[in-house]
Each structure stands twice: as structure tokens, then as C-alpha cells.
Write a protein that binds this ligand. Structure first.
Ligand code: HEM
Length: 510
């Protein structure tokens, strides 16, 4: 029997059950509007494979701001309006804060114990509290020195080798996150813990991406015997599971042992958590500490890299914005030193650039899905327990009714008003009890990278083999975290003094 035959049989058996439930259910309840569903598969055939956020956005004009989909019996609601997202995910967060069951990523590959994957329960709350406290507004300034230094190293390295833009950004973000979470300072790109952590995140991305594995739609496939054709994903899951578990534990043990020996750099998130516990962790605590750290690592790596790459792309595409921000930095900071995160309060235009970046770029266009824990009624629509709620953050931030010329990068749209800028960060970091716990930290990293690049460099488009200037086409990959498609850049120091400041900061500052 071929792989697709087995899959088809499984689809039919599972779908029959779901369709029975669905028909019974939908005949009684009023559901939000949505595209017409087919028997058995529901709307599965209409689920966009590429950039689903733009398709959901187009559906807004046909079906409205709340759209109902049935994916082989699984109810899904897409929300295109910030008001509805806040009504449900913020105001009713006591019932809208679970996560969908993830068979491949959560159960088979083993990311399940990390709080980002957990339902809103005791285990989630314990891990999440540790991280939220560690990244509170009061605590993040302890990391500013490191973020500034890493910003300087990143830009210094890019000046030397603009061709390695993508790998360098990911590497530097990885170094910062490992340092912040575990106190581990990776010196080389080939460092084992660093490469393992990056590989772990690649596995996370591959397996968490909805639609990549059939077993997430048909959970019973996880019981396929190993000899059966089509069960190859189980062997893959075993290999990945070993890798994930090994990296998670190695990183935890390194931090624990080296906090004791004094080799781990401080402050670091996990070290602080262990110190605050104040005793040898129990088995349960060890488990929670391990996965609190891994969950945070996962949340921080790709998002910060994507945002930094989107920034460089925006500066190439909008040179007049670049010049205006540079003029502000020169006027406020001068050219004798590099900007610091604490300068943020005096740099309204640079703050607007950061806010516009978060609005314009597609970093996490659909956020992370929430799941409804009990039946609910909203504006007369019945939403059943287990419904997956997807907030189309991209649409909310590109809605022409709210933002004029939404596809253009225009920091002036905020008029320097921080309340207007806050409306962006209120959406882009998610909702309610699942709001991004790394928000304060991420904003520091972004400001450090952006202000350092602006103060010291001219960011210009790269050239192709024929020597022709090539502009980025502002296209993004599809994924939970979305990245700009590869583009080339040319970086030049704004002055010899700027280059010297960068070189010096890369070695000494912290
Ligand atoms: C520009 C950068 C970032 C953006 C745009 C961003 C955005 C988001 C969004 C939209 C969510 C989903 C919230 C929800 O479910 O409603 C999220 C969750 C999360 N983020 Fe971030 N994030 C960023 C950076 C970071 C950083 C630097 C860290 C850690 C150091 C981090 C850690 C996490 C974690 C652990 C979660 C899962 C929280 C949970 O499930 O309760 N993020 N983020």
C-alpha cells in the first residue's frame, strides 16, 4: 500500500467521525461566516499554503472580520479585527489561552513540556511566571550593555562582510539569546551548544508549522506500525526528539554547573531562576526550569533575526527614512559615541522607525494560535470548545481603513505620538495571558541593532554579478515566524570615526 493510500483511509475514517459531529453541531448553532465547506474535508482544500495572512486578509471583504473554517472537522476562527481579537483573547483570556494540540512538534518530537506549547495550566503558569519576572520592565536594563555590545559586533562584522547578512544576523541573535538565557558565551560560529540550539530551533520551525505533517490533522497516524509505508515521519521524530532532549538538557546542565563554578556569565535568566529558588531543584522543578529556558530560546531566536533583517531591507528601500533617522541621531547623540538603549526617550523619530518596522514587517503575521477551553458566544456566534483562534495580526496592521498606504514604510504616520506607536506593539506581541514574555527584551535588542546601524552605516542595495543595483522585493517566507526572502545589501561606514567606534565597542563595551 502506498503512503497516500494509508493517509487517505485515515482521512476518511477520521473525517467521517468529525463530519458527523460537525453536521450535528452546525445544524443547531449559528457560526461566523466563512467559505463554503466540502463534505469530509471542510475547508482544508482552501487553506492557503503561501502567506495565509494575505489570503485571510482578502477574505475580510467577503466574509468579514471573523471567519469560520472547518479543517477536517477542526473548527478554526480567523480574526481580522483588533477589536474582536482583544474582546476574545484579552478580555476573555481565562478561556481563550490554551494552545492547539500539537502531535508532531509537541508529543512526538518532545517540545510539549515547553510553556509556549502548553495549555493554560499549573505547569504553564509556573514556567511563564519565572520568565515574565526575568524579563520585566524593571529587570531588562541589566541586559542593555550586552545588547548594545552585540549590536556593535553585528554591525562591525556586517561592514566587513555584507554578503553574510542573513547568517551573521542569525548568529549574533543566537549568541545574545544563549548568553541571556544560560550565561553561555559562544565565541565561534561553530560552537557546539550554539549550533545545536540553532538546529533545535530549525526542528521546532519545521514541526510546528501547521500543514507540514499529516499526523497533526489525523492524530491516529501516530500509531502507525513502523513497518508500514508512510510511517517514516515517526523515525524522523525519534531522531529529532533525541536531539531536542539532548540540547535542552546539555544547556540546562551547563548553566547549573557553571553558575556553581562561577564560569557562567551573569546575570542570566536560568541562573537567576535557580538562585531565586534557593535550593537544589526537585525533579519537577528541574523539568520546569529546563523547558522554561528552551521555550524562551525558541521564542527569541527567529523573531529578533527576522525583525533585524526586515529593518535593513526597509532602510535600503526607503533611503529618505534612513537619512532622517541619521540626522536625528547626529543631532541628539553626536558622533563621538554610539547610541545607547537609554537614549530611546530622546529619539522620537528613531522610536517611530522601530514602531513602523514592527507594523510594516511580517515577523509573526498570525501570532501563535490560541484554543478555546469551553463553549462561548460572541456577537451571537457560537464558538465551540476546542476552536482554534488565529489572530491575523498582519491584517490588523495593514488595514487601509486604519493605516494610510499600509504597504509603505512611513514612520511619520505616528506623528511622534507614543500612544499611536503603542497601538502597534499592543498587537504585534500577541494577546492576553499568552502575550509575548520577551517583549521588553526584544524591544531593547531591536533598538540597539537599529540605532547602532543608523548611527554608523549607510545601508545601500547590493549589486548582482553584472554590477547592477538590485532592490529587495519585500517578499516574505511563509512560517510561524516569517523572514524576508534573501536580498543583498551593501554597507559603508558613515565615517572613519564611526568605524573606529564600532571596532572599539565590539571589543570592550558591556
Ligand atoms: C520582534 C520580536 C518579537 C515578536 C514580534 C514576538 C511576537 C510574539 C507573538 C505574536 C507571540 C504569540 C502571543 C500569543 O500567543 O498571543 C509570542 C509569544 C512568545 N514569545 Fe515573542 N516575539 C518577539 C520576540 C521574543 C523574544 C526576544 C523572546 C524571548 C527572549 C520571545 C519569547 C516568546 C515566548 C516564550 C512566547 C510564547 C508565550 C506563551 O506561549 O505564553 N519573543 N511572541
Amino acid at each position: 500500500m502506498q503512503t497516500h493510500d494509508i493517509a487517505l483511509i485515515a482521512v476518511i475514517i477520521t473525517a467521517n467521525w468529525y463530519i458527523f459531529k460537525y453536521v450535528l453541531y452546525s445544524s443547531r448553532k449559528r457560526l461566523p461566516p466563512g467559505p463554503r465547506a466540502l463534505p469530509i474535508i471542510g475547508n482544508a482544500h482552501q487553506m492557503p499554503v503561501k502567506a495565509p495572512w494575505t489570503v485571510f486578509s482578502e477574505w475580510n471583504s467577503t466574509y468579514g472580520e471573523i471567519i469560520y473554517l472547518n479543517i477536517i472537522g477542526q473548527p478554526v476562527v480567523v480574526v481580522n479585527s483588533s477589536k474582536i481579537a482583544k474582546d476574545l483573547l484579552d478580555k476573555r483570556s481565562s478561556i481563550y489561552s490554551d494552545r492547539p494540540v500539537s502531535i508532531m512538534c509537541g508529543q512526538l518530537v518532545g517540545f510539549g513540556p515547553a510553556y509556549a506549547m502548553q495549555n493554560y495550566g499549573e505547569k504553564f503558569r509556573k514556567q511563564r511566571r519565572m520568565v515574565s519576572q526575568g524579563f520585566s520592565v524593571a529587570k531588562v536594563p541589566q541586559y542593555h550593555g550586552l545588547q548594545e555590545k552585540e549590536g556593535a559586533i553585528l554591525i562591525n562584522n556586517l561592514l566587513k562582510s555584507p554578503g553574510s547578512l542573513f547568517s551573521e544576523v542569525q548568529l549574533r541573535v543566537g549568541v545574545v539569546i544563549l548568553r541571556i538565557i544560560y550565561g553561555y558565551s559562544a565565541k565561534l560560529a561553530t560552537d557546539k551548544l550554539l549550533t545545536n540550539a540553532m538546529e533545535m530551533m530549525e526542528i521546532f520551525n519545521k514541526t510546528a508549522q501547521p500543514g507540514n505533517f499529516l499526523v497533526d490533522v489525523i492524530p491516529s497516524l501516530k500509531y502507525l506500525p513502523r513497518w508500514m509505508p508512510g510511517s517514516g515521519f515517526l523515525d524522523l521524530a525519534d531522531a529529532w526528539r533525541a536531539n531536542v532532549s539532548n540540547t535542552a538538557r546539555t544547556a540546562y546542565n551547563w548553566c547549573k554547573d557553571n553558575m556553581e563554578s562561577g564560569e557562567a556569565e551573569v546575570p542570566n535568566l536560568l541562573g537567576n531562576i535557580m538562585q531565586e529558588a534557593g535550593h537544589e531543584p526537585s525533579l519537577e522543578e528541574r523539568e520546569n526550569f529546563t523547558w522554561a529556558a528552551v521555550g524562551t530560546l525558541g521564542g527569541g531566536l527567529d523573531t529578533s533575526s527576522s525583525a533585524t533583517l526586515s529593518f535593513m531591507m526597509a532602510m535600503i528601500m526607503y533611503p529618505e527614512v534612513q537619512k532622517k533617522a541619521q540626522a536625528e541621531l547626529d543631532a541628539v547623540i553626536g558622533t563621538e559615541r554610539l547610541p545607547r538603549i537609554s537614549d530611546r526617550a530622546h529619539l522620537p523619530y528613531t522610536r517611530s522607525v522601530v514602531a513602523e518596522l514592527l507594523r510594516w514587517a511580517s515577523i509573526g503575521p498570525l501570532g501563535l494560535p490560541h484554543t478555546l477551553r469551553e463553549d462561548d458566544v460572541y456577537e451571537g456566534y457560537h464558538l465551540s470548545k476546542g476552536t482554534i483562534v488565529i489572530a491575523n495580526i498582519w491584517h490588523m496592521l495593514h488595514d487601509p481603513e486604519i493605516y494610510d498606504s499600509p504597504m509603505e514604510f512611513i514612520p511619520e504616520r505616528f506623528n511622534g505620538d507614543d500612544a499611536e506607536m503603542a497601538k502597534v506593539s499592543d498587537l504585534v506581541f500577541g494577546f492576553g495571558r499568552r502575550l509575548c514574555p520577551g517583549k521588553n527584551f526584544a524591544e531593547g535588542t531591536l533598538f540597539a541593532n537599529i540605532s547602532t546601524a543608523l548611527a554608523t552605516c549607510r545601508m545601500l542595495p547590493g549589486k548582482n554579478e553584472k554590477g547592477e543595483v538590485v532592490l529587495p522585493n519585500n517578499a516574505y517566507t511563509t512560517g510561524i515566524t516569517s523572514f524576508p526572502e534573501p536580498y543583498t545589501i551593501n554597507l559603508l561606514p558613515r565615517s572613519a570615526q564611526a568605524a573606529a567606534l564600532l571596532a572599539e565597542a565590539s571589543v570592550t563595551a558591556e
